[in-house]
Design a protein around this ligand. Structure first.
Ligand code: SF4
Length: 345
């Protein structure tokens, strides 16, 4: 007689075998007295267990607003989700009940922010703040929560964690405060960590330490991570894929190595050419001319056309749709193939 074996369900599995987290055609607008700004214009991306997706773009590109929509912390008004889906294990968080959303946000999906000082409460010791999350959300006793808080501070490599548990946020350096915030985010053992510009406020050496820590934690805890950044320099070596955002759209979505080797969108190419490279001597750095558009008056056709060195009349007249290139990447450019070939030269 043979026995049927039951395979363990992978962490990324959903009832329909879909992605752990998936955004589908998300539209978010800001309704203000001056008019309506289309802040997110049809963003779609996905994330599977254990992988890191970097979402890259200039300030105002919509990358942080997308994350706030996932976490349900949009500032409403003025922000409203006009349409789309945010699926976590196949369940749409935009239409789920308040209780279902509460189970996912903070618990299954946690977020860390750029400014740890304003995210932490200045009048409570950090250990108490980490423990409070555990007491509120897991019903842990005071003693267990304290022990777990020390473990979490150890996990994020805060030296002398047991001694520092009673210290207040202002007694920590910027880098150590960021570690405290990461410990709080990890308290409920999330499956997805969203890191929104986690190193922007820190000096370069500390930035590298925090990025190394996040990469180690993601691997050791088998979390998936969305790394939101304006800095293409911090992405290499950490992310598996990159989604590049411009004016509320994803303009290029690619495997990290393919994108670094030969970007297929002029905006990505411009961003890469503005990063200093250690291996090129006497390199002239270029900058992308002009400014990102006013989201109340997005240019016709391709929103990047006023700044694009490859612009043609078709770019002014026709919105480019995602072009799927041979290596699985997409680029929202009428001339994606030419741009990629040009980049590879
Ligand atoms: Fe530039 Fe045209 Fe491509 Fe837009 S569609 S990025 S304007 S070449």
């Amino acid at each position: 007689m043979t026995h049927a074996t039951v395979e363990p369900t992978p962490a990324s599995a959903t009832p329909d075998g879909g992605h752990l987290l998936e955004l589908k055609d998300l539209h978010v607008e800001f309704r203000t007295n001056e008019g309506v700004a289309q802040v997110i214009n049809g963003v779609s991306y996905h994330l599977d267990a254990g992988e890191t997706l970097a979402v890259l773009g200039e300030s105002g590109s919509g990358k942080s607003v997308t994350a706030q929509a996932i976490m349900g912390i949009l500032d409403t008004p003025p922000a409203f989700v006009r349409s789309g889906q945010i699926l976590y294990r196949g369940q749409d968080l935009l239409t789920a009940s308040e209780e279902q959303r509460r189970q996912v946000r903070g618990k299954e999906i946690a977020m860390i922010f750029q400014d740890a000082l304003s995210a932490l409460n200045p009048v409570f010791p950090v250990g108490w703040q980490i423990g409070e999350t555990l007491r509120q959300r897991s019903g842990m006793s005071r003693g267990d929560a304290r022990r777990r808080a020390v473990e979490l501070m150890d996990l994020v490599k805060i030296p002398g964690a047991a001694k520092r548990i009673g210290d207040y946020p202002h007694q920590f350096s910027g880098g150590m405060r960021q570690r405290v915030m990461i410990a709080m985010a990890l308290a409920l053992d999330p499956k997805v960590l969203i890191a929104d510009e986690p190193t922007t406020a820190l000096d370069v050496t500390v930035q590298a330490q925090i990025m190394d820590l996040l990469a180690d934690l993601r691997r050791d805890l088998n979390m998936a991570m969305i790394l939101i950044t304006h800095d293409l320099g911090v992405v290499a070596g950490v992310a598996d894929r990159i989604a590049v955002m411009y004016a509320g759209r994803i303009v290029e979505h690619a495997d990290v190595r393919a994108l670094y080797k030969a970007p297929a969108h002029p905006y990505t190419k411009g961003l890469l050419e503005s990063i200093p490279r250690m291996d090129v001597r006497g390199q002239e750095l270029s900058t992308i001319k002009g400014l990102p558009p006013n989201l109340m008056r997005i240019p016709s056709g391709c929103p990047f056309h006023p700044r694009c060195p490859y612009v043609q009349q078709v770019c002014v007249d026709v919105v480019p749709h995602d072009l799927v290139l041979g290596d699985g990447r997409t680029s929202a450019c009428h001339f994606a193939q030419e741009v990629r070939d040009d980049s590879a030269r």
